[in-house]
Design a protein around this ligand. Structure first.
Ligand code: HEC
Length: 127
């Protein structure tokens, strides 16, 4: 859990310093946020991960855009693929609106511009 606290602290610093970025800088801001906040669990290439922690096995999903956009297209009444992935990130909701495992932090302090930039980064880089 120590690393999670470090991640949270780093995130607050990023939020404090980077809050005024314009959306034109979406992908670079997304890359920075992803590297600080997500890569430790999901991997720098978005390939996912499997951890064993105190005898418990935790599978961290891969974030390939092809799979994500397919999974999150099953119920369009919940919004666009990007909106639903935004809900996964900020509220921990899966494509059915059900709670993701608690190991996925709820990134409720990210601004919508920050969430959009992370999604733009995932979309542009993880196939
Ligand atoms: C502490 C580890 C951890 C961190 C840090 C983390 N995640 Fe996750 N994430 C998980 C786990 C574990 C799951 C799978 C949850 C489940 O299966 O219910 C998950 C699931 C997801 C999902 C849903 C994937 C799917 O196939 O439905 C998305 C999207 C996601 N994470 C994005 C992010 C983003 C973006 C960040 C950074 C802002 C992030 N995660 C940071 C552990 C983490």
């Amino acid at each position: 859990m120590g690393s999670l606290v470090a991640i949270a602290v780093a995130l607050v610093l990023v939020a404090a310093c980077g809050g005024k970025s314009k959306s034109a800088a979406a992908v670079p801001m997304g890359q920075e946020l992803y590297t600080l906040s997500c890569a430790a669990c999901h991997g720098t290439t978005g390939a996912g991960n499997t951890f064993t922690l105190k005898g418990q096995t935790i599978k961290v999903h891969a974030l390939g855009w092809a799979d994500l956009s397919q999974a999150y297209a099953t119920d369009p009444s919940r919004g666009s693929v990007e909106q639903q992935i935004g809900l996964a990130i900020t509220k921990g909701l899966d494509e059915k609106g059900e709670a993701l495992n608690q190991m996925m932090p709820r990134w409720s302090t990210l601004s919508s511009a920050q969430v959009d930039s992370i999604i733009a980064y995932i979309k542009a880089n993880f196939k």
